[in-house]
Design a protein around this ligand. Structure first.
Ligand SMILES: [Zn+2]
Length: 304
């Protein structure tokens, strides 16, 4: 297999990770964030399985496409010689049941029918391929359930889904399916990547104020506070992860820009944002090296 497009953390998830680490999210947003995080985890697990396959096919992950003013998402598209797999990866956990076309958690709570999303993406993908004259590939769309503890009562054999006990066989099937890709398949993959819409609008945005947000250097891995260890290093107070302080400060500046795009970047501002633990001299040096200074003296700020 060859990956043409890798999966990246979406801007929305980056954003919510920051907010979650720096404030108490309202319950609704917290749930939404936790679902995004779980979804991403499921996709990463599936990617790690697919990456081990050696068959000749192309992988395009995480596509956000638009056709006829309608946006749709594809978690993983596998391009084989004679067909495409449109895979929608789910990290649902625990018992669920089907009642007619409705999907429920065992508690009775109805959840969004994932088949609707899958069918919609297949139909739009087919139209988009026809529009771009790639109409000779049949598409098979499947829900892929990767959490080992997922169970669906009342599931029926025609359901286009791969359940956890079937996952291994499905991967073997992908690996053994006769396939040889060439420049035409690559052209298709590249065309789809070029149509990918980056940075979609966020579905919901919790309200927050600068004053109520925690200011600190946050760990790359677990989002806990980091503090200075020695001259050049910062250490996470929770997981013990050690990082070059310049890298951590640069990341903090980007987080600041993400959360407060309207605020000016100044030495004092970033010093406060990093929790006051980093000498302003160091922050000034990093800002002047990595960003562009506008103005002079007291009123100067940085862009970039
Ligand atoms: Zn940590």
């Amino acid at each position: 297999m060859r990956t043409i497009k890798y999966r990246a953390v979406s801007k929305e998830l980056k954003f919510l990770r920051q907010l979650n680490a720096r404030m108490t999210l309202p319950p609704h947003e917290k749930r939404y964030y936790s679902n995004l995080e779980k979804g991403f985890k499921g996709e990463q697990i599936f990617d790690s399985y697919v990456e081990k396959l050696s068959n000749d096919f192309l992988v395009v992950n995480d596509l956000l496409l638009k056709h006829n003013y309608t946006t749709f998402q594809i978690d993983s598209l596998l391009i084989f010689q004679d067909m495409l797999y449109n895979l929608n990866v789910k990290y649902y956990e625990g018992d669920h049941y089907l009642e007619g076309k409705n999907w429920h958690k065992i508690s009775g709570t109805e959840i969004k029918n994932p088949l609707l999303q899958l069918e919609r993406s297949e139909s739009l993908l087919r139209q988009l391929l026809q529009y771009h004259k790639f109409n000779h590939y049949p598409i098979e769309s499947l829900l892929i359930f990767v959490h080992p503890e997922f169970n669906l009562y009342n599931a029926y054999p025609e359901l286009p889904a791969v359940f956890p006990p079937q996952l291994q066989r499905f991967l073997i099937h992908l690996n053994e399916k006769p396939s040889q890709t060439n420049h035409k398949h690559e052209k298709l993959a590249n065309q789809l990547v070029s149509l990918h819409q980056s940075d979609p609008p966020f579905s919901q945005l919790p309200e927050y104020e600068y004053e109520e947000i925690k200011k600190s250097l946050l760990c790359n891995r677990c989002f806990a506070n980091m503090s200075h260890k020695e001259r050049k290093w910062v250490i996470c107070q929770k997981c013990g992860s050690v990082e070059d302080d310049q890298k951590a400060i640069m990341r903090a500046i980007e987080e600041f820009k993400l959360l407060f795009p309207e605020r000016k970047i100044t030495t004092n501002g970033i010093e406060e944002w990093c929790g006051g633990d980093i000498p302003s001299k160091k922050i000034r040096r990093i800002l002047s090296q990595q960003y562009q200074r506008v103005g002079h003296g007291k009123y100067s700020f940085y862009v970039g």
